[in-house]
Design a protein around this ligand. Structure first.
Ligand code: 0O2
Length: 239
């Protein structure tokens, strides 16, 4: 691929083309057809993240008045990196164009909502899905049905409109809701899973211990929720 094309396209697009390993001629064609639309699509996903994040911030504000505490501890958001987009498209065996990326990936815009208690997760899910501009596309409840490795979280793919100057556009966003302990667990598990060049026996041992930790964390979440409920019933409120 010619350097000038890469410079014009910027590093992001160049990464995608490197992953796909197309010929220089195909790369030139791809760049001409996709650079600007790709940038626009990513901007639309950033807007969708803002929309959904605002919805959670509004819910947090309102519910904190009702329950005298914030149901949301933290909100994290991310736009999927070009490398991950390219890698996922290759895994799905689909040639990446802006249209095929939008049609086939539902997790380009991602929001992670961290709550104190499991019940908060379902309360927030309900409150979000009752909004008339939010449509549920897919739900995976890894809290009711944890993954074999112990992973727990509630995953929702939702579709919501963003309002542009001349039209509205429906965008998909992946929302992951989990407790602080589920998030702590997932961060460590992710670190171990993606660490390369590690003795596989050690990895297996760590995975076994992580599974035990996931179960302990689930019990702790349930116990803390119960204590919080009883404290509330006894009239003990947060400062
Ligand atoms: P990133 O960078 O975190 O976004 P799909 O997306 O549908 O092709 P899948 O596996 O069916 O793939 O989706 P699923 O189960 O909804 O999981 C998607 C995301 O959930 C992952 O994103 C992780 O963020 C998280 N996740 C799922 N399973 C695990 C797990 O076992 N451990 C940890 N730590 N996180 C998990 P990505 O695509 O991996 O990357």
């Amino acid at each position: 691929m010619e350097n000038t094309s890469i410079q014009v396209a910027g590093n992001e697009i160049a990464n995608i083309l490197n992953e796909v390993r197309v010929s220089p001629e195909e790369a030139r064609k791809w760049l001409e057809q996709n650079v600007q639309p790709y940038k626009e699509l990513m901007a639309y996903y950033r807007c969708a993240i803002m929309e959904i994040e605002t919805k959670f911030n509004v819910l947090n504000e309102e519910l904190s008045l009702k329950y005298d505490r914030n149901p949301i501890e933290t909100i994290k958001s991310r736009l999927k990196s070009p490398e991950s987009i390219a890698e996922k498209m290759r895994r799905k065996n689909i040639f990446p164009t802006v249209q095929t990326i939008e049609d086939n990936l539902t997790d380009i815009a991602g929001i992670r909502v961290i709550c104190s208690f499991p019940a908060d997760i379902y309360m927030l899910e309900k409150a979000l899905l009752e909004q008339d501009d939010v449509r549920l596309v897919e739900k995976k409840d890894y809290i009711q049905n944890p993954k074999k490795n112990g992973y727990r979280s509630l995953h929702l793919i939702v579709e919501t409109p963003i309002f542009l100057h001349d039209r509205k556009k429906l965008m998909k966003v992946e929302v992951q809701l989990r407790t602080i302990s589920m998030d702590w667990w997932a961060s460590l598990e992710h670190k171990i899973k993606y660490k390369k060049d590690i003795d596989q026996n050690v990895v297996k041992e760590l995975e076994k211990e992580l599974l035990v930790c996931a179960e302990i964390a689930a019990k702790l979440d349930a116990k803390m929720e119960d204590i919080n409920k009883r404290a509330h019933e006894a009239g003990i409120e947060e400062d």
